[in-house]
Structures are given as C-alpha cells and as structure tokens.
Design a protein around this ligand. Structure first.
Ligand code: HEC
Length: 435
C-alpha cells in the first residue's frame, strides 16, 4: 500500500485517484553531491551544457534577459547571482510546487535538483573555467521570422506597430484586432510571435478570442513565452474560431536601452473547410472569484472558489490568473465521492505569466460531477515587490491595481466510454511503472 503524502488520500482509492491525476509516487529527493567529492565542476564541462539547455533562449544578445550567459566571460561576473536565483528556483521562471500534485509537463524549463547542485558547486568552487576543449559547440537558435507551427493559413497582427522607448517602466496592455473571419473555422495549430525586431522587448504575449472588445472572458488562444513555440493540438482536437471573432492581445513590453518597434502577430492553421475535429478544445476562465477581500498590509490572504464539471474532462493545462498582489494558487479536484486530490500548486510572480501544460500521460482525468476547487493566496504586504500600495484594501476588479483570482483551464470533454478507456489506459501505465 502506498503511503500518504501530504493531503493525498491513502489506500486503494488513493491509488486509483493518483492514477487519474497522473501523479506517480514521489521519489525521495536526494541532495545530489554534484560531480562527486573529487571531480572538479567546471564551466566548460558541466555548466555550459546547462546554460545552453535552460538559460540561453532568454540570456543572449538581443533576447529578453538583462545579460547574456553564452560564454565563460559572460557568465563569470554573474556567478553569485546565478547561485542565488537557481537555488531559490527563481530562475528559470517556472513556479510549479515540486512537492505536490502532477509533476510532468510539456515545455518544462525548470532545472533538476542535480543541475542546481552542479551550478551551486561550480560557484562555491570559485567558478573555474576548466579545460577549453570541453566546451560544447555554441547552441544554434531558430530564425526569428520562423513560425514553429509551419506557415500559418492566417496571420493577424496587432493593429499598429508599437514603439517601446529606449528607457521606461514595464508596460502592460491590451490590443484588439479583427480576425476578419466571415465564417466559423476550426484551428489545429496556433502560435503567437513577436516581429523579428520586436523579439527582445516582448516579455510575454497572451492571445484570446472574444466576441466583443469589452468582454472580459472569452476563450484563451495561446501564450508566447521564450522557450515555448506555439501549440499544435493533439490529432482529432481543435479549437473553434467563430466568424467575427476579435483577437485580444495582452502584451508585456520591457525597454532594452534602444528604441525598438514591435508588431506581434498570431498565426492560425485551419482544418480544411467543412472538416471538424472530433473534440473541441476549451480554454476557459473557471472558478472566478468576484468577492475578494484583501485587507491592507496583510500577507497570505486566502480565497476559495469552485467550478462544477458536468461532463467528464481531460485537463490539458492550467494557468493561474492573479494580479499584482497574487502570491500562489493551488487547484484540486473534489471528486464525486467526496475525496479530494491536489492537481497542482504554483507560486505567482506578476512579472511572468506561465501556462503549465500537462504531459499527455499525466493529464488529469476528472469524472463528471467533479468540482474544480481553486485556492488562491494574495500578498498585500510591502514585501511584495509588485504591490502598488500596501496601505490600500483590494478587491475584485479589472484595473491592474484591483485584483483577481481565477484559473485558466484547457480541457476537452470525454463521453463515458472514452473516459473509462482513458482511465484503463492510465491504470495500466501506472501499474507498469510500479513493477
Ligand atoms: C524565459 C526566459 C528566461 C530563462 C529561460 C532564464 N532567464 Fe534568467 N532572467 C530572465 C529575465 C527576463 C530576467 C530579468 C527580470 C526578472 O528577474 O524577472 C532574468 C534575470 C536573471 C538573473 C538576475 C539578474 C540580475 O540582474 O540580478 C539571473 C542571475 C538569471 N536570470 C539567471 C538565469 C539562469 C542561470 C538561467 C538558466 C538556469 C535563467 N536565468 C533562465 C529571463 C530568463
């Protein structure tokens, strides 16, 4: 029998439910003695491969991060900061709680415990260069004009090019563009992409489908972030773009010391006319809490909200949605028999809007009658660097000085037969893993 881990239930039910959620038993975390006692950890042999794989998409000339980490000369002055940011898991930006819930994701850019131990050991050893012949060849990066989903059928840019001044505060805002579609179309892939020139100033871009400009929900379309390259939906699934849809672009721009013009676009690839996928992929704002009460100066202010699923669903991803005072969000499933299972917890940093997409074999399977329970914590104290004013009470609202709490969820529905088959498949997989 499996042992109880945190709030998870135990016993045979626990095993089934863990399987449903794609949670495998956590292995004990071994404080890795990186490189062993004697082997010296060096930049060329041990550190450069990690920086190439996990840092350089952002940390290179002309990308969004403040400094390059391409060479030894680039990285050496930042050794202490690297130790501090990776050991606190502030970098790379990826804020999933590793101690609870589903642990397997697509586009997971986090470091393993061993990789962190290697970076820390390198800094502690005085950040040695090592043997130049160990240095791996430089990483090649894709052309900035390239669409990772292939050439889209329709490209919709923001209405006008946007000029980001050489110096200035971070800028967040929305743009609306008409899709120009005169009939409903199903899409099989979508990508949001800065223009080649705008690439270094676009911190993130989130696109949504709306019927009108002032609608505040609508369907989530796609998120651009460095290291994530568009969404090609699983075969047989698609998203419906209705005739007359408006694309809402939510952009975060940051200045880079020289005036830079961007024109971010979204690219759509359609199913052939008249062809419909078997399943519609939904991305919805669920468990919205309109009743927030966040007292001035207070930390760890908790709110709970719920969404009932009236059909069986396969959850493919989620993104917490909070504003400046957000601190953390957990989502759990309250199953029809009353048992609860934590799905995921993620810390929140207003500077990063990260979508967490579950790996195919870990996508939570939620039977109809499940309630999605969203638990959110806000920090209205002065310790929160994004807090506009810790002396103010905050409640729900659209302005960024107001706050919010809901969960963007991506999912598709399964009928009873499909659901039973998916559960069987998951159980078989988990049983094999246990052997
Ligand atoms: C998705 C893009 C991205 C990735 C991947 C990324 N960084 Fe960063 N990093 C940034 C940005 C942007 C900043 C500055 C703003 C911030 O801190 O949020 C930053 C800041 C930092 C800082 C602080 C710099 C300072 O001014 O003090 C360090 C150190 C750092 N990153 C190290 C790393 C390391 C090491 C990795 C890989 C293990 C990494 N980062 C991966 C985007 C990224």
């Amino acid at each position: 029998m499996k042992a109880s881990i945190g709030t998870r239930s135990v016993g045979s039910f626990g095993v089934v439910a863990l399987a449903l959620l794609g949670v495998s038993t956590l292995s004990a975390v071994t404080p890795a003695a990186a490189g062993g006692q004697n082997a010296e950890v060096t930049f060329t042999k041990d550190v450069a491969p990690i920086l190439q794989a996990s840092c350089q998409t952002c940390h290179r000339e002309g990308a969004i991060a403040p400094m390059s980490l391409m060479t030894y000369e680039d990285a050496r002055p930042w050794a202490r900061a690297i130790k501090e940011k990776v050991s606190t898991r502030m970098m790379p930006p990826w804020y999933i709680d590793r101690n609870v819930g589903v642990q397997s994701f697509k586009y997971d850019r986090s470091l393993s415990d061993d990789q962190i131990a290697t970076l820390v050991a390198w800094v502690d050893a005085g950040a040695p260069r090592g043997n130049p012949s160990d240095m791996p060849p430089p990483r090649e990066f894709a052309d900035r004009d390239r669409w990772h989903i292939g050439e889209p059928d329709l490209v919709i840019p923001i209405p006008e090019p946007f000029v980001v001044p050489a110096e200035g505060a971070n800028w967040w805002g929305d743009f609306f563009s008409d899709s120009g579609l005169t009939e409903d179309r199903w899409i099989k892939a979508v990508e949001t992409k800065p223009s080649a020139e705008g690439f270094p100033v676009v911190h993130h871009a989130v696109t949504r489908l709306q019927e009108t400009e002032d609608a505040d929900t609508g369907d989530f379309l796609n998120e651009y972030a460095q290291g994530k390259n568009g969404d090609v939906f699983p075969p047989g699934t698609g998203r419906l773009v209705k005739a007359g849809s408006i694309i809402r672009f939510n952009l975060h721009y940051a200045s880079i010391g020289k005036e830079t013009t961007d024109r971010t676009s979204v690219g759509l690839t359609f199913y052939p006319k008249g062809e419909e996928p078997e399943k519609e992929l939904f991305s919805r704002a669920l468990a919205q809490n309109f009743d927030l009460d966040i007292p001035p100066g207070e930390d760890n202010v908790r709110h709970d909200s719920y969404h009932p699923f009236t059909t069986n669903v396969r959850l493919t991803g989620f993104q917490p949605h909070l504003h400046n005072r957000g601190k953390r969000q957990c989502i759990e499933a309250i199953l029809p028999d009353g048992n609860t299972q934590t799905i995921s917890c993620a810390n929140w940093d207003f500077g990063w809007h990260i979508v967490y997409n579950y790996a195919d074999d870990a996508q939570p399977l939620l039977p109809k009658g499940t309630f999605l329970h969203t638990i959110t914590w806000h920090d209205n104290s002065s310790a929160n660097r994004w807090n506009p004013d810790p002396r103010n009470w905050a409640g729900f609202g659209q302005r960024s000085s107001d706050d919010m709490s809901f969960t963007w969820t991506s999912y598709y529905e399964l009928d009873d037969e499909e659901f039973a088959a998916a559960v069987e498949e998951r159980k078989a997989m988990t049983d094999n893993n246990d052997e």
